[in-house]
Write a protein that binds this ligand. Structure first.
Ligand code: UDP
Ligand code: MG
Length: 327
């Protein structure tokens, strides 16, 4: 990195941000493939930010070791597990590059795609996102989940979120600055990037199997993630209450008409079974709608508290970053 007269080092041309949660087995391989790809692209002034998201294995020791060997690697150690999206957010806050590559540390996103992404970026895009053409080494269930998830999400949300797209993307600094200024706590980063706008271009790639270890996204986490995505980008579920209410009142009205008509024609409808049925359906609909409203209220509450999005325990790497972390 060339020195500059203001005392601060200038921005690296590219920052790589990788969240790491129990990725001890992947990290060395990730680092060497990522570094090689950066050098192949002529980005010798790169910066790699590895965020340890409260791992319980040797992830942090390995990150610290890599950072000790390579002064262009910055290790960020979070105080505990904050979750994938907040780990990425911490990395975005720390990185300084003119453009920023978000990539998983498990080598499911091939670091070698950087060259192609840079090419497209230079043709005038602000965001180049990897779109999955094929997913190897994932279970049939996981693929189905992912497919259903993206289709459902698009049906539910107002901001168009590109199909089959993860967080693997290259962004210009101006996009990163907008993201940093978005204070929302329940983050769905791929949706937020899409919401920012500017010029966004997909690059197709084949998603590889994990290099080692296993996925941290269990079905439960996927559902929580999907709920964050939907509530973060749409208030459509809240409207279901009104639509459902309207539909059921029409139904109830029709039913009443039927009962009255039968009465005048001398036939009394025996009641308790149908009453119980209607009661159960309506009761459960009310609970469902209440729960949905609760999802939003809970999020408002968490957001209003205004707690910091992430807490950094320590940073290893350039001295100026360590100073800013301690303030
Ligand atoms: N990750 C993280 N914190 C978490 C869960 C995951 O930083 O709480 C990281 C993980 O180390 C990986 C990336 O987020 O680099 C994607 O996670 P994973 O590979 O488990 O998800 P999948 O690719 O299976 O959807
Ligand atoms: Mg993965």
């Amino acid at each position: 990195m060339p020195a500059c007269h203001c005392g601060h080092s200038p921005r690296p041309s590219i920052s790589v941000v990788a969240p790491c949660y129990n990725e001890a087995l992947c990290l060395e391989e990730f680092y060497s493939r990522m570094r090689k790809s950066l050098l192949d692209c002529g980005a010798a002034d790169y910066e790699i930010v590895l965020v340890n998201d409260g791992s319980r294995d040797a992830t942090w020791e390995i990150i610290a070791g890599i950072a000790a060997r390579d002064p262009q690697v910055i290790g960020v150690d979070l105080s505990r597990n904050h979750g994938h999206q907040l780990a990425v957010t911490a990395g975005l806050a720390v990185c300084r590059g003119e453009s920023v590559l978000l990539i998983d540390a498990d080598l499911q996103d091939p670091p070698e795609l950087l060259g192609k992404m840079l090419e497209v970026l230079e043709q005038g895009s602000d965001v180049v996102y990897g779109q999955r053409a094929r997913r190897d080494g994932e279970t049939w269930l996981k693929k189905m989940e992912a497919k259903a998830f993206y289709r459902f999400l698009n049906a539910m949300t107002e901001a168009p979120i590109p199909l089959d797209t993860g967080d693997f993307r290259l962004m210009r600094r101006r996009v990163v600055e907008v993201l940093k200024a978005m204070p929302e706590r329940h983050r769905f980063i791929r949706g937020m990037v899409s919401w920012v706008g500017f010029t966004q271009t997909p690059v197709l790639y084949n998603r590889d199997p994990r290099y080692a270890g296993e996925t941290k996204y269990t079905l439960r986490k996927m559902i929580a993630f999907a709920t964050d995505a939907i509530t973060g980008f749409s208030i459509r579920p809240l409207r279901f209450a009104s639509y459902g209410g309207a539909a059921f009142s029409c139904l109830g009205f029709a039913l009443l008409l039927y009962v009255f008509a039968s009465y005048f024609f001398g036939y009394v409808v025996p009641g308790w079974a149908s009453i119980l049925g209607v009661l159960l359906v309506l009761g459960s609909c009310q609970l469902l709608v209440l729960g949905m409203a609760g999802e939003y209220i809970g999020r408002i509450y968490m957001q209003v508290k205004g707690r910091p999005l992430f807490i950094i325990r320590r940073i290893v790497g350039p001295a100026e970053l360590q100073e800013s972390a301690s303030t």
